[in-house]
Design a protein around this ligand. Sequence first.
Ligand SMILES: Cc1cc2nc3c(=O)[nH]c(=O)nc-3n(C[C@H](O)[C@H](O)[C@H](O)COP(=O)(O)OP(=O)(O)OC[C@H]3O[C@@H](n4cnc5c(N)ncnc54)[C@H](O)[C@@H]3O)c2cc1C
Length: 391
Amino acid sequence: MERADVAIIGGGLIGCATAWRLAQAGASVALFEAGELNAGASGQNAGSLHFQIERRFLEGSESLTGEAACIVALSRLAVEDWRGIEDALGVDLHVSMRGGLMVAETAGEVALLERKAAVEAQQGLSVETLDGDAARSIAPYLSPAILAANFSRDEGHSDPRILTPALAAAAQAAGATVRSRTRVERITREQGRFTLQGEGWTLAADRTLVAAGAWSAGVSALANLHMPLYPVPLMMNATARTAPIVPHLIQHVGRRLSLKQTHSGNLLIGGGWPSRLAQAPGGGFDLSRPAELLPASLAGNLRAAVDVVPRVARLDLIRSWTGVTAVSADQLPIVGEVPRMPGMWVAAGGSAFTLGLTFARLLAESMAGKVAPELAVVSPARFEHLNGFMG
Ligand SMILES: Cc1cc2nc3c(=O)[nH]c(=O)nc-3n(C[C@H](O)[C@H](O)[C@H](O)COP(=O)(O)OP(=O)(O)OC[C@H]3O[C@@H](n4cnc5c(N)ncnc54)[C@H](O)[C@@H]3O)c2cc1C
């Protein structure tokens, strides 16, 4: 039987980055991907590097904003991880960190920006609050309707099509085994060690990491664990290429919008508009089929883009697509060891294009015994009660 120190389930950004970090540190690693590497959310996302507190955290109660403030500590680490990643991998990932503006169009949204910036300042994240004219002085492409913006100098974007394949290659160069088209179908645990099985193969591992994105609840169930992670179907749009107009990442504090210009000149427009998951016969969702694009989301997303950056109205839309990400029951990521099953680790949920490199580094350090206090807020321990009856 094959053996590894760590078995990783999922060949997206988190799985490949963790494989790389662990292999670099000398661990033997075997990564299994059911389909093709980077074919999940990691290859379909918007590529935003957003370090400001996300709009979705500002919609709810004060306590949710408080939890989001804890994410700021992780975001600050992510700024440094992103600044170093191209040199560390020796690959041009089209990383652009020329700043990001989160804009407001109403007086209520301006107040929300101010509340957000105060929380961020408390957590040591530097964000400037600009009035509309000051925002347009650095971003002249913004609409006159923009009343204010929070500006974070570190925000930006990178190319999701390049990052994960580069991480997988680096993991392999460091000695990890990476197998695509290899689904993990069974996980058993005896005397503290794991046995993973799929069609025609078996592997024994001291530790297992579930990094299966939207599929993580189902994969955790293979180990008889509840993990409250839910598939969330989103959509993205790309315009035709155009001359450089938007050097920044643009987000909106009150509407669903993210907008940026890629290295090739396309504008990528997203921001959390829903698509629709396919239904499985007999109940539940069928994640093997692509989510369906919704015309109302398409119209709403483009409306928000044109309202904020009027030039968008003159560009042709060339492509829209859907992708499915994972969100946990409390919206925070779930990253760490499962207390009731030592050796079983989970990393999924949240905005893991921005935070995935940081999760991977902290996971590798934690597995080596180093305490990572930044992971405390996202530990699976907060959902331990769900597994109390799982035997
Ligand atoms: C449309 C969209 C836009 C987004 N925009 C942003 C953004 O701008 N910024 C940001 O920070 N985040 C963004 N996100 C979120 C981000 O993409 C995800 O958080 C991140 O990519 C998750 O990476 P992952 O490795 O956890 O999961 P994934 O990339 O989904 O990888 C999980 C992998 O596990 C594999 N798998 C599942 N079951 C098994 C099994 N049994 N055996 C083996 N393999 C298995 C799957 O095939 C899949 O390849 C966006 C997401 C979407 C969908």
